[in-house]
Design a protein around this ligand. Structure first.
Ligand code: NAD
Length: 346
């Protein structure tokens, strides 16, 4: 297939681009290169004749129309988004613009191509979303495909809005969409503003390791390569209109993730041990969701997906990747907002 991937210079998008090429697909990567993008993540594939990069903003409709007309993709995997909750608290407008309006433009441009091609059943518009649209869980229970939407941050609200648009384009126009809601991802090439890379890189620099509040918020972690495999499975095997919840069934409190990373670093860099001495509790995020957990039974039973990484093994591999790839992360440290506390306003 020729797959148009949006946000392919981001953390998950770059893993998807590489996984798609590895499976023999052609890829057109549409990304406008925001602060969160890193083209170096795609150095391995940049010279592949089956890979094309288009520096285009998904809100720029004429440019988007040109991309669809030029490349005539068989499928779309839509990952481009503003993705950091703290930034959405400080500046929600960009989130509404990119996540809601950008998704609208993607849907409408894809629909034009799909109709011009004679509405093929084989076409897919795959919208990649988050479990954060479901809000916050208590001590028990899990999100699944039937869970009611209850977003609580500007980020999750804008992603919820985009999910609704995608389903509306299926119900109203018949566009063959598929939609996935995934839990927190981690792994190599994650931008150094999210919990795991911030912890690793601050620990290496002997800087405080910030923990929001008591650190008792629970997330369900999934390795980014396991997510990319799941996404390609959904793209190629799921029925039009289908939704899948994706998660690693690896729940952990934030404080436990940070403690685990510290123990791994104590082993790899004993001169800095104990790294846990750097843990510093800071004021909590306003509206901080308490717990996310996914029941991935549907994707496991219907599509036969299973994640390959355990959380411990995946975290060790991730620490080792950051230790070995300073040339990737060092230039990102000077990007706008990195290293400063964002999203404190109430
Ligand atoms: P990211 O912030 O690392 O990357 C986003 C990419 O989108 C960047 O390359 C950026 O340049 C691009 N982009 C942003 N606005 C754009 C625009 N207007 N036009 C074109 N490109 C634009 O994000 P990520 O963590 O890789 O997440 C990718 C997708 O997966 C998002 O839709 C996110 O909501 C979803 N998701 C993320 C997670 C997670 O844990 N990171 C979990 C579930 C779902």
């Amino acid at each position: 297939m020729k797959i148009l991937v949006t946000g392919g210079a981001g953390f998950i998008g770059s893993a998807v681009v590489k996984a798609a090429l590895a499976k023999g697909h052609e890829v057109v990567n549409v990304d406008c290169l925001t602060y969160a993008a890193c083209l170096a993540s795609l150095d391995d594939v940049a010279g592949d004749p089956r890979y094309t990069f288009e520096k285009v903003d998904i809100c720029d409709r004429p440019a988007l129309n040109r991309v669809f007309e030029t490349h005539q993709p068989d499928a779309v995997m839509h990952l481009a988004a503003e993705s950091h909750v703290d930034r959405s608290i400080d500046g929600p407008e960009t989130f509404v613009q990119t996540n809601v309006m950008g998704t609208f433009h993607m849907l409408d441009a894809a629909r034009s191509l799909w109709e011009a091609k004679g509405r093929p059943d084989t076409f897919r518009f795959h919208h990649i979303s988050t479990d954060e649209v479901f809000g916050s869980l208590g001590e028990t229970g899990k999100f699944d495909e039937e869970t009611r939407y209850d977003p609580r941050s500007p980020y999750s609200a804008s992603k919820a809005g985009s999910d609704h648009l995608v389903r509306a384009w299926h119900e109203t126009y018949g566009l063959p969409i598929v939609l996935t809601n995934c839990s927190n991802n981690y792994g190599p090439r994650q931008f150094p503003e999210k919990l795991i890379p911030v912890t690793i890189l601050n620990a290496l620099a002997r800087k405080p390791l910030p923990i929001y509040g008591a650190g008792l918020n629970v997330r369900d972690w999934l390795h980014v390569e396991d997510h990319a495999e799941a996404l390609l499975l959904v793209l190629t095997k799921a029925e039009p209109g289908a939704t899948y919840a994706i998660g690693g069934e690896a729940e952990a409190k934030n404080i436990d993730i940070v403690q685990t990373l510290c123990r791994i670093l104590d082993d790899r860099r004993p001169d800095g041990a104990p790294h846990a001495d750097l843990i510093t509790h800071v004021i909590d995020r306003p509206g901080h969701d308490q717990r996310y957990a996914i029941d991935p039974s549907r994707i496991r039973t219907e599509l036969g997906w299973t994640p390959a990484h355990t959380l411990q093994q995946g975290l060790e591999e991730t620490v080792d990747w950051y230790l070995a790839n300073q040339a990737w992360w060092e230039p990102l440290q000077s990007r706008d907002g990195v290293g400063t506390r964002l999203g404190q306003s109430k």
